[in-house]
Write a protein that binds this ligand. Sequence first.
Ligand SMILES: Cc1cc2nc3c(=O)[nH]c(=O)nc-3n(C[C@H](O)[C@H](O)[C@H](O)COP(=O)(O)O)c2cc1C
Length: 270
Amino acid sequence: MKLAIVYFSATGNTEKIAKTIKEQFIELKNTIDEINITNYSERNALKNFSLYEALIFGFPIHYWRAPRLIREWFTNLDGKGIKCAVFFTYGGVNAGIAHYNIKTIMDKQNFNLIASAEFLGKHTYNLAGWKLMETRPNKEDLKIAKDFASKSYQRFIGKDTSRVEFEKPKKSNEEIDTIELAARRAIPTPFREINECSMCGTCEEVCPTNAMNKENGKPNRRICIRCLRCVVNCPDQVLIMKNMSAQFQLQQQFTLIEEELRIKKSKILL
Ligand SMILES: Cc1cc2nc3c(=O)[nH]c(=O)nc-3n(C[C@H](O)[C@H](O)[C@H](O)COP(=O)(O)O)c2cc1C
């Protein structure tokens, strides 16, 4: 079978799971193209999937759903009924309504979603003083990723004819839009603190939204999605984030129960 795995990954968690899924499909004797759509230009160039018999999509969760830029990207695509599996990585706070939401979007664009999964990954804001899922994805997560590939394959080849269904969540998209807007405003943007920058321009090249400006070492606040791809890729390590431990402590008080976090597992939803 000729497949493609298409993913967005700012800090590497989603990419790690994608590569594991790819290996398993190769093991199952398929041909699989790896398409990384994190960069603006690659994402916007990919419009046609006619080369493929099935697709696997992978995204991080940003504010309880796939990143806004991915949700918007889908609205210009026509899946022409192609079978798809989707997976998310998230930092252990909440997977929110990501599965239901992506299914609604994909149904509308004529993609046939047959399987879904979620994987724990170190939280992006560990780069700003958080301490969440620091060692994830781990071996157990990667094992679940392989299993997800095998189970999706059974559905791709029609041995298992079920599709994935989700209950309508209690929170609406509009309610989550409000949460997203408030959270985004509260999260600072990365910046260059010291002057030992070689002006290599990597930060501009890797920015998924073309928000970064290497001249002043700051992104455009309005366009920056706070994904920290520039911070993890800066070869001079001169880009930093303001410490966000205060937000972390606040979250800990209300939603991050130590006991519950310790036993969180990656999950396949079939
Ligand atoms: C803007 C933003 C919003 C996020 N929102 C959530 C969230 O709602 N729930 C959660 O558990 N993790 C959240 N995270 C953490 C990421 O989902 C997690 O670290 C993910 O694995 C990152 O994937 P990547 O390394 O492929 O970019 C968020 C991260 C960012 C940057």
